[in-house]
Design a protein around this ligand. Structure first.
Ligand code: ADP
Ligand code: MG
Length: 600
């Protein structure tokens, strides 16, 4: 091919690709424009996850009639004049290409009126061509409608994810902006349904409640610090409140939501060793620094910035979060022990007799003053994980061996160790049962039998209410049927609230709201669940959440029941996720360990 200058529409489509990647990018640009226009009310309406329609109305400054055509022209902006202005920006926009980009890949209409105009005007653009402009009666402010996004870029259309995923992107985004702009009254509707609504009165707690629900909002810790000209304010979660993904670690730099791995690392470092591995805090941190100390012109989507002194920002964030956590509560030192699922050492200090004392009676006095150090998995090694060939005998029993006629050994209960393993004697030696894995298995099988109507769901006398975030609402709704088939009766109770009226019998002792919240969090984890195994997987997750934890003291009766119920399971040797529920230490292996064998 010879070298040729590209046609304008090709150029604009290529450029649009960088700014407008998916419906959520349109929403982001339009929101930013409304904020820049000083809006105090912002209404967002989407249809088909924004693929069909995105409409954003604001009560901001409006666009004058004769400037409307420039608004949709590439590189036309009212926000900067010289390149130096880039370092004294107080607006979110500055590139002058968002509306032009959106217009080139959709059918776009703007209706706008400034405060001093008597009537408004409407401009219509179709695939970058202005097809009409006329006066129209309207209130001051601007409404931008983006219809049939990517109708003229079929390749892009193919890259869009499911409605649910695209909608989640939008709701997550709007939620973030709502967090950062408490003085704006936000409303987000999808398919005529209100997903988010805030009052705009600037009250941070009220806003947090609208977004996260009362339970979470009241726990969040407020921080407000300044170091070396970098102010960090906002909210962080206490160590007891965590999420299973990083998605709710949010940063705003001078009012702009940004993505920054370094800052996520700074937050994680502040929480390090305080929360379990694989769990993440929830933060909304507003970083303010001089505009000249941050370069916002890194990428067309403006979601990344470059700091003049990244290290100072990192330490400002780290210190303010750490300080917030320290002020909230003296930080208990927890030894990270991932293999244990994070045993809380404070459990050792409880006044009532922990089960380990019942087992190791003679240690009772020795342990009086000093609670034993949390046992690390390594400390088991000499006894149960001898190196060399004899180790084989101590390994777990593969699940397939109990298939067919193999009878699960009858076990005699001995006790609990480390508040984590139940010890039992079998026909051939010692059995160490992982209480969490075993309970998971028991619950899972009960749960699966429910499908055959062996289990009933128990109505809650005092129905629990759970508040979900907009994107979680749709996740719950999508999995509603499966949850119902497992015995969860959940009904909508306001736009973001759900009432849990009944739970499966086996879970009636747990905290239903926490269980449902945890489940929804898990739904979020995978974007493409294997449809055929969904019910199994949900059941497995529910069971994981509801099962007794490692580190939990069990009474003698509870331990015995655990053994009995495990004996009744069809596949007692593994948890629903395939991990072993027990380790067997045979008599022969014991003999070898004690050097009895071969000595005679
Ligand atoms: P940028 O925001 O980078 O300037 P845009 O393409 O997003 O570029 O918008 C172009 C111009 O249109 C803006 O500079 C602003 O003057 C005007 N504009 C866009 N949206 C609004 C709005 N909601 N209210 C008032 N003016 C707007
Ligand atoms: Mg803009």
């Amino acid at each position: 091919m010879s070298i040729q200058v590209l046609a304008d529409d090709v150029i604009s489509k290529i450029a649009a690709g960088e700014v407008i990647e998916r419906p959520a990018s349109v929403v982001k640009e339009l929101i930013e424009n409304a904020i820049d226009a000083g809006a105090t009310e912002l209404r967002i309406r989407i249809e088909s996850a924004g693929k069909q329609l995105i409409e954003i109305s604001d009560n901001g400054s409006g666009i004058a009639r004769d400037e409307l055509k420039f608004a949709v022209t590439r590189h036309a902006t009212s926000k900067l004049r010289t390149a130096d202005d880039l370092f004294r920006l107080d607006t979110l926009g500055f590139r002058g290409e968002a509306l032009a980009s959106a217009a080139s890949v959709s059918k776009l209409t703007i209706v706008s009126r400034t405060a001093d105009e008597e009537t408004g005007s409407r401009i219509q653009v179709d695939g970058a061509k202005i097809i009409g402009q006329q006066p129209i009666a309207t209130t001051p402010g601007t409404t931008v409608r983006v219809e049939d996004l990517f109708y003229n870029v079929p390749a892009r259309l193919k890259f869009l994810k499911s409605d649910q995923t695209e909608r989640n992107q939008i709701t997550t985004l709007v939620t973030r902006y709502a967090l950062a702009y408490a003085r704006i009254r936000w409303e987000l509707c999808s398919e005529g349904k209100t997903l988010l609504q805030t009052s705009g009165n600037g009250d941070a707690r009220e806003l947090l409640t609208a977004i996260y629900g009362l339970e979470t909002a009241k726990q969040l810790i407020e921080i407000d610090e300044e170091r070396e000209g970098i102010a960090v304010s906002g909210f962080i979660s206490p160590i007891a409140l965590t999420r299973s993904n990083r998605r709710e670690i949010n940063f705003f730099v001078n009012g702009r939501w940004i993505q920054d791995q370094q800052l996520v690392a700074a937050v994680n470092r502040a929480y390090q060793s305080l929360i379990m591995i694989g769990r993440y805090p929830l933060t909304a941190l507003f970083i303010r620094l001089e505009p000249e100390d941050v370069d916002v012109n890194v990428h067309p989507s403006k979601a990344e910035v470059r700091f003049r002194s990244a290290d100072s920002v990192f330490s400002a964030v780290h210190h303010s979060v750490r300080k917030g956590l320290q002020l909230q509560a003296p930080i208990p030192e927890m030894r990270p022990s991932p293999a244990w699922g994070g045993v809380d050492p404070s459990a050792w200090k409880t006044a009532d007799r922990p089960a380990w004392r019942a087992v190791f009676q003679d240690e009772e006095n020795a342990a009086e003053t000093q609670p034993p150090a949390p046992i690390s998995p390594d400390s088991f090694q000499p006894a149960f994980r001898p190196s060399g060939p004899s180790y084989e005998a101590a390994s777990f029993i593969p699940p397939h061996t109990d298939g067919g006629g193999n009878v699960f050994p009858l076990l005699r209960w001995i006790g609990q160790i480390g508040n984590t393993y139940v010890l039992a004697e079998g026909p051939d030696g010692l059995y160490l049962i992982d209480q969490h894995a075993a309970h998971e298995r028991i619950l899972f099988e009960k749960c699966m039998r429910r499908a055959e109507r062996e289990l009933i769901s128990i109505p809650l006398l005092d129905p629990a209410i759970v508040r979900l975030q907009p994107h979680e609402v749709s996740l719950l709704e999508e999995n509603h049927e499966i949850l119902a088939s497992l015995g969860f009766e959940i009904e909508a109770f306001g736009p973001a609230d759900f009432r849990i009226c009944a739970v499966p019998e086996i879970f009636s002792k747990g905290n239903p709201a926490a269980a449902v919240r945890a489940l929804v969090e898990d739904f979020e984890e995978d974007e493409t669940p294997l449809m055929n195994a969904v019910a199994d997987r949900i059941a497995a997750r529910v069971c994981k959440r509801m099962a007794v934890k490692a580190g939990q003291t069990l009474s003698e009766t509870e331990q015995k029941l655990l053994i009995q119920e495990l004996e009744r399971c069809e596949s007692p040797r593994t948890c629903p996720h395939g991990r072993p529920t027990m380790i067997h230490l045979s008599l022969r292996n014991l003999e070898q360990q004690f050097g009895r064998k071969g000595k005679l």
